[in-house]
Structures are given as structure tokens and as C-alpha cells.
Design a binder for this molecule. Structure first.
Ligand code: SAM
Length: 312
């Protein structure tokens, strides 16, 4: 047997050995992806506030920090980002091969601007299968600027090279995810469909792209990010409706006049959160955020249209 074939098999065996048959309760697992708005640091607070349930429903999964940090026996994990969901499904069905092939891209010779552009072009040319695309996404996430995920209007990933000295290969985190994935169903869907499919016995944690901090913050940019004020309104409506059907919801968002009006009638807890990712990388500060609990028996205040409020 050739040396590199044996090495390949040894690596696979090592990965198979380290994937536990199920995740141990109480073990805090960290996401393997860098993700804007990731909630790792809020997990203890969220865990404290989320009611007990048979199943956790997460319609805005992102890096899955909350699913990984909590221990519900069943989980419905969804997001509109197809790249994310494909990765999660590969880790659920063929983790050993997937992790081994991801690791093969984390080499010093692949950490140059030229190789980054080459691999990003391969990702963007769309000719490869879902497995290769998922593997390239992990490489891009750890080699791009600040771990950002941004696509242009044509759906091409356009984040520049990150110039990191030695990008970390999150092997332990990938292995942890693979064990936890056994307790989850992954879905590529809009939050509206996912929330409507929840039933009593479920609890929902919603973490949407945040509302802008002020009415003067670029509303256009915000809507271009894919989540409009109408989406925020639909979400608020579904939170009240789910609670009325006996499905409690916990929601994260910025603390603004707009969000206060949207959630009027719910139970709001204020938080001071240090942001981990910002547009400029060096500007890390604090922003006011809220955790909002919707439970049966809430009375929603009558809502006026919120659009004129924003147009101001
Ligand atoms: C703030 S992030 C969630 C972060 C996540 N809680 C974490 O800890 O990593 C918001 C997520 O919402 C997803 N998203 C945006 N619009 C959506 C929609 N209409 N339905 C479902 N997911 C959506 C984005 O792809 C993104 O992953």
C-alpha cells in the first residue's frame, strides 16, 4: 500500500474512533464555523430562559451555537443558507470522509492569496458536486476576512482573503457536531414554514438577522442583507401566534424603538452584548440586545403599521 493511502486510512480511523455514539448531556460543544451574530456567549442565558420541551426548533440556525450548547433530545434545525444546511447534512451522513477531506485543504500552501482566489473561484463556478462545495465552504470560512459569509447578487461568495497566519482547522468541533447531529433533523427552509410546523411540546429559539440599530442606519443595506422590515413584522406575528398555540418562543434582536414596538406585550429582558464580528474587524464594541419570551396568555398590543415609523 502506498504511504499516502495508508496515511489517509489511518486518519479516517482516528476520526471514526473520536466520534462518540451520542453526545453526553451537559457537554458544551462549540460551532466549527465562524458566524456573524453567533450566540455561543449567550448560551447560558438562553438555556436559563428557554422552557423545557421535547424538541428545540431553530429556524435561524446559523453556526448552530444554540443547538450545540443545549441538550434537547430532538432538534429541528433550519436556515435559508443552503451551504450551511448541506454541510450539516454531510456531517450527519458521512462525517469521517467529510472531515478528512476538509482537513486536506488546511495546509500552509493553501494559505496564500493565489490559492484562496483559486479555491474561491472553484466554489463559485458551481460545477462541482455538493460534497466538494461543502468542503470548500469550510476552507473559505476559515481563510476569508473575519469569517464573513457574503454572496453578491449573482450568488457568488465575494469575501476577500483573510491573511491569517495559521487558520485553525476545527477538527474537534466538526467531530463534536457529527455526534450531536444524530439528534437533529436539518432543513433548508424559510422561518415562516418552520415556525408554522412547530407543535405543542416544542420550544422555538429565533435569532434573525438583526433590525438596524437606528432608523437612520442604512435601511437599504439592511434590506439588501435579505431580511426586510416586513420579515421582522411577519416574525413578530408568528412569535405571538406560536405562543398562543402553546409553543413558547424565545427571540434575540437589537434593542430599538422598532423592536420594542414589534414585541409590545411580550416579556423583554435587556442584555449588554460584546460583538464578536463587525464590518471593519477592529471596531468591536457593545450593543444593546434583548431576549424576548413569548408564552401562552400574552396579549399583543394593537399594532399600527411600522413602515411609516421607519421612513421617518
Ligand atoms: C444571526 S444569524 C443566526 C446565528 C445563530 N444563532 C448562531 O448562533 O450562529 C441569522 C441566520 O438567519 C438566516 N436567515 C436569513 N433569512 C432567513 C429566513 N427568511 N428564514 C430562515 N433563515 C434565514 C441566515 O442565513 C443566518 O444564518
Amino acid at each position: 500500500m502506498l504511504y499516502f493511502e495508508r496515511k489517509h486510512l489511518d486518519e479516517r480511523k482516528e476520526i471514526i474512533k473520536s466520534i462518540p455514539s451520542s453526545s453526553k448531556s451537559g457537554v458544551w460543544m462549540k460551532p466549527f464555523l465562524k458566524w456573524a451574530g453567533g450566540k455561543s456567549r449567550l448560551v447560558p442565558k438562553i438555556s436559563h430562559m428557554l422552557p423545557k420541551a421535547d424538541r428545540l426548533v431553530e429556524p435561524f440556525a446559523g453556526s448552530c451555537a444554540v443547538f450545540l450548547g443545549l441538550n434537547y433530545p430532538k432538534n429541528l434545525i433550519s436556515d435559508t443558507n443552503q451551504d450551511l444546511i448541506s454541510i450539516y447534512q454531510w456531517l450527519q451522513t458521512d462525517a469521517e470522509a467529510f472531515i478528512q477531506q476538509c482537513g486536506a485543504l488546511f495546509l500552509p500552501e493553501n494559505n496564500t492569496l493565489e490559492r484562496y482566489i483559486e479555491l474561491r473561484s472553484e466554489f463559485n463556478n458551481g460545477k462541482m458536486g455538493s460534497l466538494r462545495r461543502s468542503i470548500l465552504f469550510i476552507y473559505l470560512n476559515r481563510h476569508c476576512f473575519n469569517g464573513l459569509c457574503r454572496y453578491n447578487k449573482k450568488g457568488k461568495f465575494n469575501v476577500p482573503y483573510g491573511k491569517m497566519r495559521a487558520p485553525y482547522f476545527p477538527k474537534r468541533e466538526l467531530i463534536g457536531f457529527a455526534s450531536k447531529a444524530k439528534m437533529a433533523e436539518f432543513r433548508h427552509d424559510d422561518f415562516r414554514n418552520v415556525m408554522k410546523s412547530a407543535v405543542p411540546g416544542d420550544v422555538i429559539y429565533v435569532d434573525p438577522p438583526y433590525a438596524p440599530l437606528s432608523a437612520t442606519a442604512s435601511f437599504d443595506n439592511y434590506a439588501a442583507g435579505g431580511f426586510s422590515p416586513k420579515d421582522q413584522e411577519d416574525l413578530a406575528h408568528l412569535c405571538f401566534e406560536s405562543a398562543a398555540r402553546g409553543v413558547p418562543v424565545l427571540l434575540s434582536n437589537h434593542d430599538t424603538l422598532f423592536t420594542r414596538r414589534l414585541y409590545d406585550g411580550s416579556r423583554i429582558t435587556e442584555l449588554e452584548v460584546t460583538r464578536s464580528i463587525s464590518a471593519t474587524g477592529h471596531k468591536r464594541g457593545t450593543a444593546s440586545e434583548i431576549l424576548v419570551l413569548f408564552k401562552k396568555g400574552l396579549r399583543r398590543s394593537p399594532q399600527l403599521s411600522l413602515f411609516p415609523f421607519f421612513a421617518a
